[in-house]
Write a protein that binds this ligand. Structure first.
Ligand code: BJ8
Length: 424
């Protein structure tokens, strides 16, 4: 990695503690990713991004700030990035996916809080992640109780705006979300000093839709047999998409998808054609959380799709681009975002329909429903998911885990037993 120490010092980071993270990450990444065989060449960009993970994108964000631009740190796929880019700002996803940050979060949060929240709070309070140091504003949402209360702690650190996400999907809820987006526009205009005009918002909508189309194309390639890319690599692409420049993200994902399409035409895969195909569903897997994918794929099966926010929930459904006025565009945004099926909604049959539909589209043999320990939403919903999958004769297992390595061997045994059952 190039030398970014001065930049990190300027960001008021705890350099000593951060060094510990910088030491372990390359080895962890090498063992999990670079050891894979037949990787697509297009993964070279993503390997580079990881090798410079706390350097290259943070320095771009800082450069943007030096030019007078603003950076918004976000935590959820319900935050409409389109608005931020329309105002000349940059939105960057912030979710923490490493156990390294968890103890820092546990200093201030109840132990029975999910690892994603603990890691996000810990990364900021411990000052060990440049992405958490850079933003001019954090944008949170009211999806789960753990997040809602964590925002109050983080608001003591960074200016904070909370978007109220409805808990149901009736017409009046979608209308309420429209109101939230309108308010968000005003906040973003105030922070950036730039007006969000219909023309600018139209451009923002197109920009983010292009990113979604590229990721959709990439995931489409994963429907092929043999599968042309590992689940780990595809997950990495989605994880990086959260904070990369959206235009570059689309360009790189399209480049990779093109290579995969060529592989498909030559029947080339990273796993044998008869490899067991797995869907991972459930809570998001923020970078560098690759635990379940690594366990599945080192056992010889392929993860072919993620029904998660670090998966299909991030990019399915486009925003209608035909709106001419701000009101029409905001309506289109609200309608698109309210199609996303997070377990924070009640009832939430759309998520179960998605899982069943995708199980067919991606020809999966079994589903691993993964829940971050202490996430009540997904954990409770897993009961209905399991029931619906059994009715469809789709084999599944439910896993509760966190970011630590403690349950690794136990999970390996369970996953291998599940795969063995699918192979019979
Ligand atoms: S849209 S999944 S990104 S809220 S795992 S913090 S829900 S206790 S992350 Fe999420 Fe938005 Fe929903 Fe997606 Fe709470 Fe559960 Fe933790 Fe979670």
């Amino acid at each position: 990695m190039a030398d970014y120490r001065q930049m990190w010092a300027d960001l008021n980071m705890d350099l000593e503690k951060h060094d510990v993270l910088c030491e372990v990450l390359p080895e962890a990444f090498g063992g999990v990713f670079l050891s894979q065989e037949k990787r697509p060449e297009g993964m070279d960009f993503y390997d580079f991004v990881v090798s410079e993970i706390h350097g290259v994108r943070p320095s771009e964000l800082i450069e943007h700030q030096k030019q007078g631009g603003k950076v918004f740190g976000t935590f959820c796929v319900y935050v409409p990035d389109e608005v931020v880019f329309a105002a000349g700002g940059i939105a960057a996803g912030l979710c923490g996916g490493s156990q390294f940050w968890v103890p820092g979060g546990e200093k201030v949060l109840p132990i029975n809080t999910c690892a994603l929240i603990k890691a996000s709070v810990g990364a900021r309070l411990d000052k060990t992640c440049p992405f958490f140091q850079i933003p001019d504003m954090y944008v949170g949402e009211t999806t789960c109780d753990g997040k809602k209360k964590a925002w109050e702690i983080l608001a003591g650190e960074v200016p904070f705006h909370v978007i109220d996400i409805p808990q149901m999907k009736r017409d009046k809820d979608i209308a309420a979300f429209e109101g939230e987006i309108m308010e968000f526009i005003q906040i973003v205009e105030k922070v950036t000093g730039n007006k969000v005009t219909p023309e600018k918002l139209g451009q923002g909508i197109k920009l983010i839709n292009e990113k979604r189309r590229a990721l959709q194309r990439l995931y489409n390639a994963r429907k092929a047999t043999p599968v042309p890319i590992s689940g780990k690599d595809a997950l990495l692409v989605t994880q990086i998409a959260f904070y990369d420049d959206p235009a570059r993200c689309a360009q790189m994902a399209n480049r990779l998808a093109e290579e995969l399409e060529q592989r498909i035409s030559q029947q080339e895969g990273v796993f044998p054609a008869d490899a067991v195909r797995i869907m991972v569903s459930g809570t998001p897997m923020a970078i560098p959380n690759w635990k379940i994918h690594h366990l599945v794929e080192t056992a010889g099966a392929a993860v072919v799709v993620e029904e998660a926010c670090t998966g299909t929930r991030y990019f399915e459904n486009l925003v209608d681009e035909s709106g001419q006025t701000l009101e029409e565009q905001v309506r289109a945004l609200a309608e698109r975002y309210m199609k996303t099926n997070c377990a924070c909604f009640t009832p939430n049959p759309g998520r179960i329909d998605d899982i069943i539909r995708m199980a067919k589209e991606y020809k999966v043999d079994g589903i691993i429903d993964v829940n971050l320990q202490f996430c009540n939403l997904y954990s409770t919903e897993s009961y209905l998911v399991k029931q619906a999958l059994a009715e469809q004769n789709l084999p599944s297992i439910h896993i509760e885990t966190d970011y630590s390595e403690q349950d690794y061997e136990q999970l390996r045994t369970r996953i291998e037993a599940f795969l063995e059952m699918l192979r019979k």
